[in-house]
Each structure stands twice: as structure tokens, then as C-alpha cells.
Design a protein around this ligand. Structure first.
Ligand SMILES: Nc1ncnc2c1ncn2[C@@H]1O[C@H](COP(=O)(O)OP(=O)(O)OP(=O)(O)O)[C@@H](O)[C@H]1O
Length: 333
């Protein structure tokens, strides 16, 4: 049996704006999303801000009703059998909410174990197992307020697993977590999947998705734009060369100029502290290096490196492709 089956899921938010002359604004956050997740699979949902990832997860974990379409978790319909679905799932979201700061990790877990109806006899053993699993054994008597972000996040995961869910939804678990703690977190997540838990993960970190996920769906503008293993997604840009320029002060106009260079298939810029990283994808052998430098006339350029296409490059290509062909997401009535 499949762990998750989403079939033509849609969700429209209706909000009222304006006070004197209220207007109804409809946002089509998810516009027909279909995918399956196998039992024990680690499935990634990637997409830019506002793509519809959280809305999709909220429909799957019964926090939000679909406007249309259906979804099942281990065969249970999320709209008609929410209680049965909730019994099978755990939900962990990034950030700081959901833990009691003044309590120790152990007391937090005891409290939530009561709340989730974990039997008294089972509680101690289960909490011990989970502390081991997330690497917090030995620190469980410390108050959460003294915990680092990474430790909190691992405690969140332990909390989400108390009732032994078959599916765990992890919404941006590594947000704000430093690189070393993020690596520990990835180990924890990989361990969960290896032990048979199905994991649906959203993340903005491509390296994390590449390392962890069996399959990935890229969602943009409320639709799935690509779905496959990290390898199949990377193969989409396998015929490209990638140059990365360290630059200072590249704006949209310059970026557009770079995109117009013959042979260039895509360009994106990302802030990296005081510098920016400009990534230029081009047809293999097009060698746009000199033309990019000419287009950046006047901009300070640091190191330039040539590298193999990564999942991030594939992601950028998929999302750019989707956004240049995107229909308007908002309809004002
Ligand atoms: N409660 C709401 N009311 C109205 N619009 C909403 C609501 N929640 C989300 N939206 C809109 O729906 C769209 C999808 O939002 P969603 O939170 O699902 O995206 P996301 O992919 O999770 O983004 P992020 O990476 O920023 O978390 C966005 O345009 C967002 O502004």
C-alpha cells in the first residue's frame, strides 16, 4: 500500500482586503497536485517561497481541507477519515514554536506523550529510544531554553515521533540551523527512513535534498514542475556547463543582460554575506565567461569557478522555466 496518494489536490484561499470597500481576493495556492509516496520512502518537496508546499502538507496532514481533489494516507482519506490519518502521521515544522522553554527536554516529551495518549508503561522506554535516536541522551534534563537551534529541532522530531507515526512530515527542519548541527539533523532524518518511517520533507537546501531524498517533486506556482530522483532531475541540466562568479552588486537588470548572452540557458544570483554568487548555466562548450564579464561591466568580480551541474542548478532551471510560463496566481473578484 502507498503511504501517500495525492490526486489533483487544489486549495484556494479566500481573503478579504480593504475596510471601506472590502474586496475578496482568491489565491490559488495549490492548483492540481498529483503524486504518490511509497512506504519507507524519503520524499522531498522543493519550491520557492509561496510555491504551495506548506499548503500541500497541511492538506495531507488534515490541518486544511482541499478545495478539490483527494488525498489518502495509508489508504485513509484526509477529508473523510481525519482521525485515522492523524493516528498514522507526525508533523514537525521548522522554527521555535511548539516546545515548552522552561521545561527540560524530558518533561517536554513526557507532557506530549500524555497528550498523544502514549501508555504509561510504554512512555519511559519510548522516550529513551527517541532521545537516543535524535542524539539527545545525556542532555534530556536540561531546560529547552538553553538548547541550540539544532538540538531544539531534534527534540521537535522526537516529539513528532512519540506516537510511532508511519509518516513524518518535516517542514523545513534545518531552517536557521548551523552546518554542523544540520549534518547531525540529516543523519537523524536518514536514520528514520532507514528504520522504515516514510518521510515527506520540505527544504530550501538543495544539498540536503540531494543527500537525503529518494525522490523529489519541484513545485512552483501551485503545480508540480518536475518529479524524479535527484539523478533524473540533475540529468535535465547534464548537457550544461556551470560557471559561478563571486560578484558585488548585480541587480535584475544586469541579470537580464547575462541571460540574453547567446548560449546562456539560465542565470541566478544569491546573496552570500557581503558578496553575491552569480550562477550562469550555458550550453556545453558555449564558453560564455568573457561575455559574462563584459555584460557585468563595472561590477566588482571576485573568484570564478567552473563546476559540474548540481541539483541546485536543475532546480533553478525548472523553477525559471515554470515562472517564465506562469499564469497569474491571484484572481481578484
Ligand atoms: N492563510 C492564507 N490566506 C491567504 N493566502 C495564503 C494563506 N496561506 C498561504 N497563502 C498563500 O498561498 C500561497 C502558497 O503558500 P504556501 O505557504 O503553501 O507556500 P510555501 O511553498 O510553503 O512557501 P514558503 O517556502 O514561503 O513556506 C502563497 O501565495 C501564500 O501567500
Amino acid at each position: 500500500m502507498l503511504a501517500i496518494e495525492a490526486d489533483a489536490l487544489r486549495r484556494t484561499y479566500t481573503s478579504r482586503t480593504g475596510w471601506l470597500r472590502p474586496r475578496r481576493t482568491e489565491t490559488e495556492a495549490v492548483r492540481g497536485v498529483t503524486f504518490d509516496v511509497a512506504r519507507g520512502e524519503l520524499f522531498g518537496l522543493l519550491g520557492p517561497n509561496g510555491a504551495g508546499k506548506t499548503t500541500t502538507i497541511k492538506m495531507l496532514n488534515t490541518l486544511l481541507l482541499p478545495t478539490s481533489g483527494t488525498a489518502r494516507v495509508f489508504g485513509h482519506d484526509v477529508a473523510r477519515e481525519p482521525v485515522a490519518v492523524r493516528r498514522r502521521i507526525g508533523y514537525v515544522f521548522g522554527g521555535d514554536r511548539g516546545l515548552y522553554e522552561r521545561l527540560s527536554a524530558l518533561d517536554n516529551l513526557r507532557y506530549f506523550a500524555e497528550l498523544y495518549g502514549v501508555g504509561a508503561r510504554d512512555q519511559k522506554r519510548r522516550i529513551g529510544e527517541l532521545l537516543d535516536l535524535v542524539g539527545l541522551t545525556g542532555r534530556e534534563r536540561e531546560r529547552v531554553e538553553g538548547y541550540s537551534r539544532g538540538m531544539r529541532q531534534r527534540l521537535h522530531i522526537a516529539r513528532g515521533l512519540l506516537h510511532r507515526p508511519d509518516v513524518l512530515f518535516l517542514d523545513e527542519p534545518s531552517i536557521g540551523v548551523d552546518p554542523v548541527a544540520a549534518r547531525d539533523l540529516r543523519r537523524t532524518v536518514a536514520g528514520l527512513a532507514a528504520a522504515g518511517t516514510t518521510v515527506l520533507l520540505t527544504t530550501h537546501y538543495m544539498a540536503e535534498a540531494d543527500e537525503l531524498c529518494d525522490r523529489i517533486a519541484v513545485i512552483a506556482g501551485g503545480r508540480i514542475r518536475a518529479l524524479g530522483t535527484p539523478e533524473t532531475l540533475k540529468a535535465r541540466v547534464g548537457d550544461r556547463d556551470v560557471l559561478e562568479f563571486e560578484v558585488y552588486g548585480v541587480d535584475e537588470e544586469l541579470l537580464a543582460r547575462v541571460r540574453r548572452i547567446p548560449g546562456v540557458r539560465g542565470a541566478a544570483v544569491e546573496e552570500r554575506g557581503t558578496a553575491q554568487a552569480l550562477t550562469v548555466q550555458s550550453d556545453r562548450g558555449a564558453e560564455p565567461h568573457a561575455r559574462v564579464l563584459a555584460a557585468l561591466d563595472g561590477v566588482r568580480v571576485g573568484r570564478v569557478v567552473s563546476r559540474e551541474p548540481s541539483l541546485e542548478d536543475a532546480y533553478i532551471a525548472i523553477v525559471e522555466d515554470a515562472t517564465t510560463r506562469r499564469e497569474p496566481a491571484e484572481v481578484t473578484a
